[in-house]
Design a protein around this ligand. Structure first.
Ligand code: C2G
Length: 734
């Protein structure tokens, strides 16, 4: 009854989710037409696996290539009464097909579901979706109300929201009667690589007599978050796609015929393209075609614009004038108007957004001042404290270089303590921050720097990073579950600004190259300055002093619990929650006489722990600025997937892993570089019982893990020797 048309060229990794989602449809009267477009993937295994389950029928493109040709072939081969297009990197949620069929009746030509965008693989999406379904109920009913206010017999009304940009128009997410395509000879233009959906959708809008829609049939459209290695079609450059843009627009316009409403929509799409996208290309692109060939192409299309179609609130007066200049084919006027539009926008943005204002001031004022050769800006953990590698590099400079350097610390609030004297502080993203950053020759940062600071060519950035990676990072991650979806792209741009990257061991050196797509020559495998104190001759006395300062009795041993953050427990961008699974009451009962428990949550976790109920047994270490101090005073570390244990191992003290959510963390959220079961210097403990047991038998465990610990130490702590800061300073600062 239904033919699901899936086209495949590459990305076998994504295809599994796609086919699985089809196989799990309860509705069984369908076929999956899988059209292979000269793929180099070895699909034998996956085809065998899904042959029956997903009712596969395989066809190959012979002479032709491209999504359009593949979809056309799929339509030719489809035997169903209905067709549904599904890209090989997307998937269905729940019983999408049946849900669509249920709303169809005799004379309905198509039924729209909802297209939902995601950066997640299917399992994570499903989890998140079912979690949010209950919570969102209220919102859903509101949306439904809104939808119901539309005239359902007019497809454009419902689709209007999505019918705004040519590259947003899609045939996906809807079930069509095949006869709609055949009777009206609707096919994808095989000469087009991009935007071939536009003409098809315009034709559908023109010919479909009756349509239905349901919010409950979800098509999940997956973004590719790895623009560098694996670009999706929509991530190709504008310059590449422009020729197809013209073809798609013109053909769609022609197809609209005398349908005024459709024509108006197309006009608005073009006008928006001019004032939102073309204008930036004209201003910033070095490609001359934006002033020649592409300009002419747009003029050609703009001739059809009906000025009345623009009479909406969507365009400002200046924008309209710019569009009119296109209609009149007056390049000079258009350019002048475009400058005005951009100027208005910039001013508006500056008053709305302080950072834009400061950036502009930096560009026009600060960057014209002289560069300060001896200024160094330090930032650790986004200004949260003075710790990590930046702190120990700074300390070394203070102790060994006299007044040669002026050090500036970036802080995110008042009260961040900085050791020593003679330093300056500036608030992160304040005007002085822009000033110091722009004028200083050196930047030292243990995380990724903000891209909003205009950087001079002479600036030298030392990226120290903040740990040997256990969890897969950036380009080694297949999926990104963190809150910012443009993650990979942003990291790529940030890491291009790094002149040096510090590494603690050969393992990190190797991983940093792949996870940041980073050059070996710029990596300094010098060890971590923050680990220097662990080799200091006076480390014992230091530890006693810190213990006293924190009010921990001398006769008590210290268990440091330092877990990491969880990608799926977030409130907002960069703000994570934490659910404490460790049974503190129980630990207190068992070990209260001998130990104190020092709790240290990750810096991304904003939850505060209320420890008042545990009395003296617990000590709150979360707000303590420097974790190196906490390492020094603890006798035992409990962690999970945090890279703290790589640093801690320098002390050769026991480490336990409380990995109650190992499977989820490894398989869904992140994935690891190491084999957690084989490579770690301590046992994985899944329950509180096991934790209690392990602490009781800590001497036995130490004995058991001695060889593994030595191996681990030799592999990961082999560079640290107490002199990392010195090596770094001698290399980087001249
Ligand atoms: N950290 C801390 N307290 C914790 C956990 C971590 O102070 N409870 C600090 C430590 O300095 C640690 C660093 O943050 O070395 C990194 O911690 P991870 O938990 O490993 O987390 P993440 O920030 O994701 O960094 O290559 C390293 C990775 O990027 C991991």
């Amino acid at each position: 009854m239904v033919s699901i048309i899936v086209t495949h060229k590459k990305d076998i990794f994504y295809l599994r989710d796609c086919l699985e989602s089809i196989a799990e449809q309860q509705f069984q009267d369908y076929e999956t037409i899988l059209v292979l477009d000269h793929t180099e993937d070895d699909l034998e295994e996956i085809i065998q696996e899904f042959q029956k389950e997903a009712h596969l029928k395989i066809y190959k493109l012979e002479e032709k290539t491209g999504v359009s040709a593949a979809r056309n072939l799929g339509m030719d081969k489809a035997s169903g009464e209905y067709i549904y297009f599904l890209d090989n990197d997307d998937y269905l949620y729940g019983d999408a097909i049946k849900t669509l069929l249920d709303v169809m009746d005799e004379d309905t030509d198509m039924a729209y579901g909802k297209v939902k965008h995601t950066w997640f693989q299917r399992q994570a999406f499903n989890d998140a979706q079912s979690d949010s379904e209950n919570e969102e109920e209220e919102e859903i009913s509101k949306r439904k109300e809104f939808l119901l206010s539309f005239d359902f017999n007019d497809p454009l009304n419902y689709r209007y929201e999505r019918y705004r940009k040519l590259d947003k128009i899609t045939v996906l997410g809807a079930l069509y009667k095949k006869s709609l395509f055949i009777d009206n000879n609707i096919r994808f233009n095989e000469n087009q690589t991009y935007f071939s959906d536009a003409l098809v959708v315009t034709s559908i809008f023109k010919y479909a007599k009756k349509f239905k829609c349901t919010e409950d049939a979800l098509y999940v459209k997956r973004h590719h978050n790895d623009k560098q290695n694996n670009p999706a079609i929509s991530q190709h450059t504008k310059e590449e796609t422009m020729p197809d843009y013209f073809v798609a627009y013109k053909n769609s316009y022609k197809m609209a015929g005398d349908d005024k409403k459709l024509k108006n929509h197309l006009n608005v799409i073009l006008a928006k393209f001019i004032v939102k996208e073309y204008i930036n290309k004209l201003r910033w692109s070095e490609d001359e075609r934006w002033k020649g060939e592409f300009y002419n192409g747009i003029v050609e299309m703009a001739k059809t614009i009906d000025k009345k179609a623009l009479k909406r609130k969507e365009f400002t007066r200046a924008e309209k004038k710019m569009i009119y200049a296109f209609i009149e084919n007056d390049f000079d006027k258009m350019q002048k108007k475009s400058i005005r539009v951009l100027f208005h926008r910039k001013i508006k943005k500056m008053f709305r957004n302080k950072r834009v204002m400061y950036k502009t001031i930096t560009l026009y004022v600060f960057s014209r001042m002289k560069l300060k050769e001896n200024w160094i800006v330090f930032e650790s953990f986004m200004g949260r404290n003075c710790s990590g590698q930046p702190k120990y590099i700074y300390k070394y400079l203070m102790e060994n270089c006299g007044n040669k350097y002026k050090c500036i610390w970036v802080v995110d609030r008042k009260g961040v303590k900085i050791p020593g004297t003679g330093y300056k502080k500036c608030k992160r993203f304040g005007l002085r921050y822009y000033y110091y950053m722009n004028r200083s020759k050196y930047w030292v940062n243990n995380m990724r720097q903000s891209l909003s600071i205009p950087r001079r060519p002479e600036t030298i950035m030392l990226a120290t990073w903040h740990g040997t990676p256990l969890k897969r990072l950036v380009f080694d991650m297949e999926d990104v579950h963190s809150a910012n979806p443009r993650y990979k792209d942003i990291v790529y741009r940030q890491t291009r600004e790094w002149d040096y990257l510090l590494s603690d061991n050969p393992f990190s050196t190797e991983k940093f190259q792949s996870c940041f797509l980073f050059e070996r020559e710029k990596i300094l495998e010098y060890g971590y300055p923050a680990n220097d104190p662990m080799y200091a001759p006076d480390r014992q006395e230091r530890a006693e002093k810190i213990k006293r300062k924190m009010g921990i009795p001398e006769n008590k041993k210290v268990i440091l619990y330092a877990p990491t953050w969880r990608d799926d427990q977030f409130y907002d961008k960069g703000q994570y929650g934490f659910e404490l699974d460790l049974d503190i009451k129980r630990l207190e009962k068992e070990f209260g006489n001998e130990y104190v428990l020092l709790l240290r949550l990750h810096y991304l976790v904003v939850d505060q722990l209320d420890l008042s109920q545990y009395g003296d047994f617990t000590v709150d270490g979360s707000s303590y600025d420097d974790i190196t101090d906490l390492y020094l005073i603890s006798d035992l570390l409990i962690t999970d997937y945090s890279s703290v244990f790589f640093d801690y191992a320098n002390l050769k003290r026991p480490v336990l892993y409380f990995t109650y959510d190992l499977e989820k963390y490894r398989d869904v959220l992140r994935g690891f570089y190491l084999d957690m079961e084989k490579d770690l210097p301590g046992p994985l403990l899944l329950t509180n019982d096991e934790v209690v047991d392990a602490i009781k038998n800590i001497d036995k465990i130490t004995e058991e893990y001695r060889d593994r610990y030595d191996e681990f130490y030799n592999r990961f702590c082999c560079v640290d020797d107490g002199h990392a800061a010195q090596r770094v300073v001698e290399k980087v600062f001249h």
